[in-house]
Design a protein. Structure first.
Length: 162
């Protein structure tokens, strides 16, 4: 018997619906964050107890609208993780923390995945998520409440688990 249960692959229809929601969710995150340099960190606890994370650095502009990613492979991996987290069948918990470069200190907000969408994290929970770990640089982040992300009504109908 394996130490961890095996993951069961979701069907293609569920993955396609989750991929559309992931693109909508990330677009809403970028709109909420606004202009600037942002680092997205996404942590996932899978149903087989594995922990998986992804990180992508992006630059967002609104006049004109633009999105630039530092590393396309990192961004693609992050999008994949968001897709599977929103699909939900192989994920227990997932958290997205966005850190925005700002003076004098970076600012951070976060969302957690529930019901196939990203919902704002409680600031106390976010404080725990962004605290420095031993051996890592001690970067103070100003934590603020993430905005509620608008959800397209069409994506609500596609999500069978929600």
């Amino acid at each position: 018997m394996p130490a961890r249960p095996e993951l069961v692959r979701p069907d293609d229809v569920a993955i396609a619906a989750a991929a559309r929601r992931a693109l909508s969710a990330l677009a809403a995150v970028f709109e909420a964050l606004g202009n600037g340099e942002h680092t997205l960190n996404f942590a996932v606890e899978q149903t087989n107890d594995a922990l998986v994370s992804g990180r992508a650095d992006v630059s967002v502009g609104t006049a004109p609208e633009r999105l630039a990613v530092l590393d396309e492979d990192d961004f693609a991996a992050l999008c994949t993780l968001v897709t599977f987290a929103l699909e939900g069948s192989t994920v227990r918990r997932a958290v997205l923390v966005a850190t925005t470069a700002a003076e004098p200190n970076p600012r951070a907000c976060g969302w957690t995945v529930r019901g196939g969408w990203l919902h704002p994290m409680d600031t106390a929970e976010l404080q725990l998520a962004v605290r420095p770990y031993p051996g890592f640089p001690n970067v103070h982040r100003e934590v603020y409440s993430a905005p509620v992300l608008p959800q397209n009504a069409d994506t609500d109908k596609e999500y069978p688990h929600g």
